[in-house]
Write a protein that binds this ligand. Structure first.
Ligand code: ATP
Ligand code: MG
Length: 364
């Protein structure tokens, strides 16, 4: 099993000095307490070992305690046990040249977040993610792209280099208008669009298969990428790349005037379909949306588990909007992973279904 055994937090938001030792035999860790005691902040501190801004998207300034002296900086240490390895990760915020900087260490060796992710991934669900299910395309796309990256970091490299090439194309359109250079750039952009197109659709199909085989008892959803522009070319690589190239070329003038790239692979529409009601999750009830979101996260956990990638799951307020039978089902599903799951909630009673299986921590 993969689990966090020790946590030490100094000067992280509302936590001035907090230590936690966890009993190895528990894989379900429940943090509970009244509003504002620091339940989410505790999970947030752990999420900084996976994401530069944590689960609430906080800057370094925002995590320093507001009411502390100027020179009190943040320190977080966690000890993770994973089958035959023990990792002592620490994160420090320091001030250098009057700027806040983050330093991450494994033991006493400086490492990056990407290095940590090679060993272990920290995955979460937080109330801030609820809107993925009902608000716009960008949130959905970024949410799914991030999960693809958890499985395959080369997708991140394609996305980053594609963004750079698109920015450079706009720059050339505005300044040099070097046709040869534009041709080369557009060829590269069109090829990357194709890779992104394929990787996203393959990933969606894999998740859909996992959901219908493993998560039928939870909530069945289906992720679909749709695009009317190339709906008849799905399996035709060369035609698709040609179409992308033509779109880019034909829009040079428009892009130059509007100073933006008017054709992008992100014009793909993502539809998340609730299979029980056979409607778009945008139109589902709040509780149904929460279960659908959880279904996708759990399917991604299965995918990580199947490829032997280690992860820890943080569920901030997973019980909100979810009724007791659905929470029981959620618990049955996460219990199948050989990993530690963290939960938060305002009241111990919310976790009655795991009363004998959980390690309960009351914050006050
Ligand atoms: N940089 C900071 N310094 C000090 N306190 C902070 C900082 N950032 C946030 N807080 C405070 O930390 C407290 C705990 O926040 P947290 O999000 O952990 O609450 P919670 O226990 O999860 O409550 P709820 O049940 O309402 O979600 C809040 O009162 C918040 O204002
Ligand atoms: Mg909270």
């Amino acid at each position: 099993m993969t689990s966090i055994e020790k946590v030490y937090i100094e000067n992280f938001k509302s936590h001035k000095n907090y230590s936690l030792y966890l009993d190895k035999k528990y894989k379900h860790i429940v943090i509970y307490g009244k509003n504002g005691v620091g339940n989410t902040n505790l999970l947030d501190s752990l999420s900084f070992f996976s994401n530069a801004k944590g689960l609430r998207g906080s800057s370094l300034e925002e995590i320093l305690p507001k009411d502390k002296e100027i020179n009190s900086f943040t320190k977080i240490k966690i000890k993770i046990q994973s089958i035959d390895n023990v990792y002592d990760f620490s994160l420090k915020i320091i001030k250098e040249d009057n700027k806040l900087k983050k330093k991450i260490l494994l033991g006493d060796k400086k490492i990056s977040l990407a290095d940590i992710k090679k060993h272990i991934k920290i995955i979460w669900l937080s109330p801030y993610m609820d809107k993925i299910m009902y608000e716009g395309q960008t949130l959905k796309r970024n949410f799914i792209d991030k999960m693809i990256i958890q499985n395959d970091n080369s997708f991140n490299k394609i996305i980053i280099s594609n963004k750079k090439d698109i920015a450079e194309r706009l720059h050339v359109l505005k300044n040099a208008k070097d046709e040869k250079w534009l041709d080369i750039l557009e060829k590269k952009i069109a090829n990357d669009f194709y890779d992104i197109f394929v990787i996203r659709r393959q990933y969606a199909e894999e998740l859909n298969n996992i959901i219908s085989s493993k998560l039928k008892n939870f909530r069945e959803v289906k992720i679909q990428y749709k695009n009317t522009l190339f709906k008849d070319l799905i399996n035709k690589k060369d035609e698709l790349i040609d179409l992308f190239l033509n779109e880019l070329k034909n829009k040079r003038e428009l892009d130059e005037i509007t100073k933006r790239t008017n054709f992008s692979i992100n014009s793909d529409e993502i539809i998340i379909l609730d299979k029980k009601n056979n409607i778009n999750t945008d139109a589902c009830s709040t509780g149904e949306q929460k279960s659908s979101l959880l279904s996708i996260i759990l399917a991604n956990c299965w995918k990580l588990k199947n490829s032997n990638k280690k992860f820890i799951l943080l569920l901030d307020e997973a019980t909100s909007h979810i009724d007791e039978p659905n929470f029981k089902k959620l618990f049955d599903e996460v219990d199948k992973f050989e990993t530690q799951i963290w939960y938060t909630g305002t009241n111990k009673n919310l976790f009655q279904v795991i009363e004998n299986k959980g390690f309960f921590i009351h914050l006050q």
